[in-house]
Design a protein around this ligand. Structure first.
Ligand code: ADP
Length: 189
């Protein structure tokens, strides 16, 4: 199985590149952000997740890990999976390793998109015009998401680096240029 972690700060282009990767490699796409947004808005779980995401904070690990595992189990025949927006903490990365190990599987590669902070802010505010997401529209919430990324999520790259699985990809350029760089990394697996 090709199990790819697509990594990078909010606004780095993970969703856009995921769509192209799914089509190219025939993978299942699992985005924890999308899963949270797709929950029945009246459910307690959706309300809990939204109480964090609307502020730009991470949803607690125990909830997120359960949601993720549940989602993976929905695709027993997948050729491979793109993990988009997960793991976002070292605890999540450890849980994912353990979960995959239990299935005789493992992460193949982490592709980390590198995009400067000013560009992220511009992209998120632009996305707000079409996404309708509360967490995209407010510069203070965007700043909080980026700060949380640096504090809680950036260390996850070290986790995969220590396993020799980290590949840094320049996230500036056209969508196709960036896609080409990601494919070059994936094709070496
Ligand atoms: P982004 O564009 O910021 O990468 P996502 O759509 O991936 O946004 O996620 C939106 C929100 O959902 C996050 O700000 C966070 O509150 C919550 N979320 C998504 N994935 C996770 C995760 N792995 N752990 C904790 N919270 C998460």
């Amino acid at each position: 199985m090709l199990n790819l972690v697509l990594f990078g700060p909010p606004g780095a282009g993970k969703g856009t590149q995921s769509e192209k990767l799914i089509a190219h490699y025939g993978l299942v796409h699992i985005s924890t952000g999308d899963v949270f947004r797709a929950l029945n808005p009246e459910s307690d779980l959706a309300k809990l997740a939204k109480s964090y995401s609307d502020k730009g904070d991470l949803v607690p690990d125990d909830v997120t890990i359960k949601i993720l595992e549940n989602e993976v189990l929905k695709h027993p025949n997948a050729k491979g999976v793109i993990y988009d927006g997960f793991p976002r903490t070292n605890a999540q990365a450890e849980a994912l390793d353990k979960f995959l190990e239990g299935k005789g599987d493992s992460i193949s590669l982490m592709v980390a998109l590198d995009v400067p902070e000013e560009e992220l802010k511009t992209r998120l505010l632009k996305r707000a015009e079409v996404s309708g997401r509360a967490d995209d529209a407010d510069p203070e919430i965007i700043a909080n998401r980026i700060a949380n990324y640096k504090r809680q999520t950036a260390p996850v790259a070290e986790f995969y680096k220590a396993q020799g699985k980290l590949r840094l990809v320049d996230g500036i350029g056209t969508i196709d240029e960036i896609f080409g760089r990601i494919c070059a990394a994936v094709d070496k697996v």
